[in-house]
Design a protein around this ligand. Structure first.
Ligand SMILES: [Zn+2]
Ligand SMILES: [Zn+2]
Length: 351
């Protein structure tokens, strides 16, 4: 029974396949025990959504036809039986997944690798149902001073914070970051706030200018054939960067990363390549130079909390990462525009 809502249908974006997203009227989800219905105030576009839109599916996260989008904030509309931590009217942010807390990985605090990770989609809609498991672990109440748009950055930021922690970056380190999309720019801001020296590599002038504005100490056009050499020149004795973070997800940039790290340094391959990608390794380099290669995927409930806290404390100039605001009805056009790499970072989609 719908007590608060006088209607049964809502507007939502449905992904049908490759570059085929349609705005439709679908039933508002009904909430069961432990579940929460959120009225979405902001959904943010994300590189992952663009990949899914371009290829028409995501092996782990989305099988069309399906509701779509995963970075969201909003207001609690209804709560299911047994929910006592949330009430209608509360301002909230939800992560896009919830771990099982029982499997091998969850017991080792690697909830991001949970064997039974439950994902949600459907941020590009008026409402979304948050399942019990996410309500319990990954639905957070927003401090008054945190706006809906910046709150919706919690999910990608949590991935970034976890990568920074796992890479064991120290104050004073020289960190090269390849890729100045929203994720790369988040790394720039967080790493500068930690007192590291940042070398930013990107292939678009506008994004390199943003990296500078966000505090990057040096910016390098990654398309230049001597980008690796330029990074080496910026470290004494051409030593190379202490840490390299790859935030693109391509064969070329994964290889670039290996060329610019110092002996004993660490590479974090943060950007996911298309499945089936294989990359040759220089075994001499890896072995005799003691290179550590890491990769990070996704987030944990602890990092979701840390991300909201970082936004609350102003560690991230959230507004600088959101370059536009559009209505849900124009989502298809927005995604096409982003595919054409028009210089936008994230767009806030407002139902
Ligand atoms: Zn995302
Ligand atoms: Zn698990």
């Amino acid at each position: 029974m719908r007590e608060l809502l006088s209607r049964e249908k809502m507007t939502a974006a449905i992904l049908y396949g490759k570059r085929d997203v349609r705005i439709e009227q679908i039933p508002i989800p009904s909430v069961g025990p432990g579940e929460v219905l959120v009225r979405i105030k902001t959904a943010l576009t994300c590189g992952t959504d663009l990949k899914v839109y371009r290829q028409g599916f995501h092996a782990r996260m989305i099988v069309p036809p399906s509701v779509f989008g995963h970075e969201l904030s909003g207001i609690v509309e209804e709560v299911g039986e047994g929910v006592d931590s949330f009430a209608p009217g509360m301002r909230v942010v939800a992560a896009n997944s919830g771990p099982c807390n029982q499997c091998f990985y969850c017991q080792r605090h690697l909830e991001n690798l949970c064997e039974n990770l439950q994902f949600i989609n459907g941020a590009y809609a008026e409402f979304i149902k948050i399942p019990e498991r996410i309500v319990r672990q990954n639905l957070l109440i927003l401090p008054d001073s945190v706006g809906f748009q910046e709150a919706a950055l919690v999910e990608p930021l949590a991935c970034v914070l976890r990568a920074v922690e796992m890479t064991e970056i120290m104050e004073g380190d020289t960190v090269a970051i390849i890729g100045m999309g929203p994720i790369g720019l988040m790394f720039v801001q967080i790493l500068k706030s930690m007192g590291t020296r940042v070398i930013a590599l990107g292939n678009r002038g506008s994004q390199l200018m943003m990296a500078s504005a966000m505090g990057a100490d040096h910016v390098i056009d990654s398309m230049r054939s001597n980008a690796v050499e330029q990074v080496r020149k910026l470290t004494s004795g051409r030593r190379g960067a202490d840490v390299v973070i790859e935030a693109v997800g391509s064969k070329e940039t994964w290889q670039q990363a290996m060329g610019m790290v110092r002996r004993g340094g660490t590479i974090n391959l943060f950007g996911g390549c298309p499945s089936g990608t294989h990359i040759p390794l220089d075994s001499t380099l890896i072995h005799y130079s003691e290179i550590t290669i890491k990769a990070n995927f996704h987030h944990t409930p602890r990092h979701i909390r840390e991300a909201l806290d970082a936004i609350h404390r102003g560690k991230l100039k959230a507004k600088s990462l959101i370059t536009g605001e559009e209505r849900l009805s124009t989502l298809g056009n927005v995604l096409e525009r982003l595919l054409n790499r028009n210089g936008d970072l994230k767009i806030a989609i407002i139902p």
